[in-house]
Design a protein around this ligand. Sequence first.
Ligand code: SAM
Length: 289
Amino acid sequence: MADLGIPQNTVAVLQKYNFVFQKKYGQNFLIDPHVLEKIVDAAQIAGDDCVLEIGPGIGTMTQYLAERAREVVAVEIDRALIPILQDTLSAYTNVSIINEDIMKVDVDRIVRERNQGRPIKVVANLPYYITTPIVMNLLESRVPLRSVTIMVQKEVADRMQMGPGTKDYGALSLAVQYYAQPEIVARVPSNCFMPRPGVDSAVIRLTIYPEPPVKAEDEKYMFALIRASFNQRRKTLANSLSNGMGIPREQVTAALREMGLSAAIRGEALTLEQFAALSDLLGRGNGIS
Ligand code: SAM
């Protein structure tokens, strides 16, 4: 099958099958061989890798992945794409296609059955309507993953990568950085897709940590604190946590003082380490752990 990264080849497949794009599934297909190469390079796909691809579309990136990986498992929600994928990927014996919603797939089972439980790599040009739930589901489920290399909306990539004191830093940054080291590896303009999305995109690689870089006594409580801190990001941390979690202001300011921080500090100034420390101090005072 011809290289689908070449726009004319994608058009030919779409015409052959009278394919109608489904907006609700975030279907913007890649039509730029350089970007496709860049994603597969960034994912560092090597001969023994088992790759999970989310949303293969008509199989464009799947072809590039199948050229380099030992095995590719591609999960596509749109039933109309399955016969197309069977056609465009017919030359590859190392690709399996699953017609399912990725949010319902037992990824752990794929890891066990296809890679003897060893960490797999996830690669995807993600549908933008559901980027954050897909990423958080993968990270929080703690399935064995080596890395997650994804095309996302540019602003979402910035939010995942940013550190304290920047406008993009927030609950998503901290959640991602608890599980992985993020690195934006490419910016991708909208003309690399068919149809063109209304936003610019970026490729980000999340290299999964074997262990989180900080240890909170109660991880769930720490993330509840983080969410409450950024729900009202213009407020001081003491106000956000007393409004959002019912923790007395004095208790928050006492904990901040113990950590050597100002009572007027905002959540956006705290590092992940500081949120873990704050969580341990406040959690103990509130009957947690
Ligand atoms: N990988 C292709 C490419 O790069 O050209 C297509 C990428 S397109 C941005 C997103 C793909 O994800 C579409 O094929 C869409 O049907 C599929 N998709 C959307 N929601 C999904 C879900 N919940 N589970 C699995 N696939 C999904």
